[in-house]
Design a protein around this ligand. Sequence first.
Ligand code: ZN
Ligand code: ZN
Length: 288
Amino acid sequence: MAKTKQEIAVTFWGVRGSTPCANKENMEYGGNTTCLEINVPRTDEVLILDSGTGIRNLGNKIIDRPGKIRGRIFITHPHWDHIQGFPFFKPIYGSKNHFSIHMPDQGKEGGCKDILDGHLTKTFFPVTLDMIDANLEYITQPPERLEYKGYDVDFMLANHTIETAIYKIFIDGKEIVFCPDNELILKESKKSDYDVRLEAFLNGVDLLIHDGQYNRESYKEKKGWGHSAWEDVVELAIRLNIKRLFITHHDPDSDDKQLGALDDHLEEEYGSAFEEIGLAKEGYQINL
Ligand SMILES: [Zn+2]
Ligand SMILES: [Zn+2]
């Protein structure tokens, strides 16, 4: 996949929720857990969202770039499927490289550095944070809009089982929302404060990438697990005039046949309501 220096391009490197699932019947949509790359025009800095196992392939793609590799990784939350690939991202072992790692505060569990430190202890993995050669900066991200090189990032907290960010990226007038873990509870009647804030945050964005691990039938057994039914995501996205919708965080037990059938259904049933709608697929690139 060619890197489009002057275009905003979003690439899926991992689209699974919960756990990697490298079965042959999953290879079309991919078996890696959550990781997204956004190409920001006019900069060589990499912008990455989440560091599930998909980040390993991204690291292997950029590792041979000449000179220093610099960038930021915005982690939505520290559940395994969003951080497990972090120590396999080869650029963090290059002493000239520089990365800022962002994560929302985890309350009494601590901030970004505390969480990664706790994850990378000798009991669980041979590499600890102090063995990583790159210059790493750990940022406990506040829920407010902040400016970076070529883009801004805002976040609000998701409805999930721990403090989880829904990140909104602003680049050259485009708005991209990444929300891989969020339980939508659509109500006919009175909206909660969270519903009101979420709708304002998502309203009219150019691209929404949202959790749709379940369907309305399977969701009945999974209420409170922190994930959404795809039907609820589509309904909300239509109501909020979202231009492009991609559903992600696929269940590891959903195989290519099931996902392919759902992808076709989304296009046939709702294609006219969006500029683009579909399921996130590993390796797929969206150009904005
Ligand atoms: Zn997840
Ligand atoms: Zn989660």
